[in-house]
Design a protein around this ligand. Sequence first.
Ligand SMILES: [Fe+2]
Ligand SMILES: [Fe+2]
Length: 279
Amino acid sequence: MALKYGILRSMSDLPAMPHVVNKAQEIISKPNSNMKDLVKVIEVEQSISARILRLANSTYYGLSGRVASVQHASVLLGYKTLGEVITVAGISNIIGKTLDGYNLDSGDLWRHSMAVAVGSRLIAGKKRPELSNDAFFAGLMHDAGKLILDSHVYERREDFELFMQDGQETFLNAEREILGFDHSEIASEFCQKWNIPDEQSLAIKYHHYPSQSEGNDLAYILHMADFIAMRSGIGTGVDCELYQLENGTMEFLGLQEEDIDGIQGEVVESVEDMMSEMH
Ligand SMILES: [Fe+2]
Ligand SMILES: [Fe+2]
């Protein structure tokens, strides 16, 4: 556990959550907040305004070439979607990194995170619509622990290769075996630093084993969306084929096999649209 405490003490393995994302999440979570408050947050950040306009003008949001100002974007997109665009634009710098330890090119983790965000929002829409925005955000962040662990995994890459060489062991098991803890555990501890509310940070902690979360809806939603992303091949390397859906997840969420197929189709399409705009 010395490694874990070392990482937590140094707190320098991960950039701070962009200020604008924090602020936007805070505003959206307040019941009596409004669009004006949200627009005020973004307008002062020029680089983020530019990204927001680019994203809003993407085919993903269906407003191609029509948006010239943040004001205008906010009217066209609506409050909840604007929040989502801010989050995506703000976090893309962090999650778009290349991860040498996990053997992920820049874009791989990002694509996977987008897929889980979109899938989580869709599932939340069926189970608990009021959680849709939280689900999207938690989906974007669920594997951020990999950013924290990347350099430590890279240092031990030979141990990882050895442990996984016969293709029977997941990366998750390798993390636990070699580091003593996994990416979901460390991420949940960093969530405090990022000011992420408890329900979301617990969901991130249990996204691989939601039955241990004592009925956290969001943990089940993330797990289901993670599985769907893996099943569509929008995953992270070797773990795709070995990813197991925990028993009882579909029952907990009240989903049937055909719902999963529908969600998977929408996720794949959304992610393709979004990625083609961002790269
Ligand atoms: Fe994960
Ligand atoms: Fe994941």
